[in-house]
Design a protein around this ligand. Structure first.
Ligand SMILES: Nc1ncnc2c1ncn2[C@@H]1O[C@H](COP(=O)(O)OP(=O)(O)OP(=O)(O)O)[C@@H](O)[C@H]1O
Ligand SMILES: [Mg+2]
Length: 265
């Protein structure tokens, strides 16, 4: 297989996370489709839940430990449907721009307990890559061996994929320039941190907060703790602003942009 790049498309950019009912941001999607086409490497694209995932999950009590199992189970079809709608819209738009990409939903591939991946069948994904396609997968509701559902976040999934597939670059796109010393949504003086390393990681984890929109999986603090696990010297891990045109394209071409680089711990 040719070199693989793993890219997270933050739900905060590809959907309108603060609006209900969920809709995709068509302008951003079509721009991102064009930026992706500037790099011929095969791609594993992970979609965040955005409005589609987080709102449906929230409506059925995901994120609240007191929610009874029957209520969680009742929500499974709606969350699945909502995430499938998002994934198919993205697939259609990217293929319209020549991406040769197919959706692989975690629900059918993964065993997940309390949001942690116990197993994810990578043979399917590897076969798809061998045939020359790129893959879209996404945050999803998944079941454990006993049929208990929980939310697999896009950030957890990207960390799992980066650990288990050989890749040189992991690009995590969201709606802010990277990791700040405190939540930029609530603190205008928040400063962007260009590099996260062993020296500042724990301090930053303490300053990272929840998402500004509905987010059942923990916003930036969860994202940071997941990505800290995958950075090592052969893998470049970057959190960047996907809502700013051209940053994705430039990162794919190896250029420097405003972002946070996560260095191996
Ligand atoms: N220290 C911090 N640095 C940067 N952003 C932060 C920090 N603390 C909290 N945030 C919030 O995290 C948000 C990004 O996380 P969020 O989960 O909303 O986006 P996403 O991961 O792109 O979306 P999705 O989870 O749907 O994929 C920012 O918009 C910001 O409000
Ligand atoms: Mg998030």
């Amino acid at each position: 297989m040719k070199e693989l790049v793993i890219i997270k498309l933050g739900g905060s950019v590809i959907t309108r996370k603060k609006q209900s009912p969920p809709t995709t941001d068509r302008r951003n999607l079509s721009r991102i489709a064009k930026e992706l086409q500037q790099d011929l490497r095969q791609k594993l694209i992970v979609l965040g839940g955005g409005a589609h995932g987080h709102q449906a999950a929230h409506a059925y009590g995901y994120g609240d430990p007191a929610t009874p199992l029957p209520r969680l189970l009742e929500g499974v079809p709606r969350i699945r449907h909502s995430m499938s709608v998002l994934a198919l819209e993205v697939e259609e738009e990217f293929n319209r721009h020549g991406a040769r990409v197919v959706v692989v939903p975690p629900f059918t591939q993964a065993v997940v307990r309390d949001g942690k991946v116990l197993d994810f069948s990578l043979t399917t994904i590897q076969r798809i890559f061998q045939a020359g396609f790129s893959v879209i997968t996404h945050g999803d509701v998944c079941l454990d061996e006993d049929g208990v559902p929980s939310i697999l976040s896009g950030d957890t999934l990207i960390a799992y994929m980066a650990r288990n597939l050989e890749c040189r670059q992991v690009l995590i796109g969201t709606d802010v320039d990277g990791i700040y010393d405190s939540n930029p949504e609530s603190n205008r003086d928040a400063k962007l941190i260009p590099v996260v390393n062993a020296a500042n990681a724990s301090e930053l984890l303490a300053g990272a907060g929840p998402s500004a929109g509905t987010d059942v999986t923990g916003g930036m603090s969860k994202k940071l703790s997941e990505v800290l696990e995958i950075a090592h010297k052969h893998t470049e891990v970057i959190i960047f602003n996907l809502s700013v045109p051209d940053r994705l394209a430039r990162l794919l071409q190896g250029e420097q942009v405003v972002c946070t680089r996560i260095l191996g711990q």
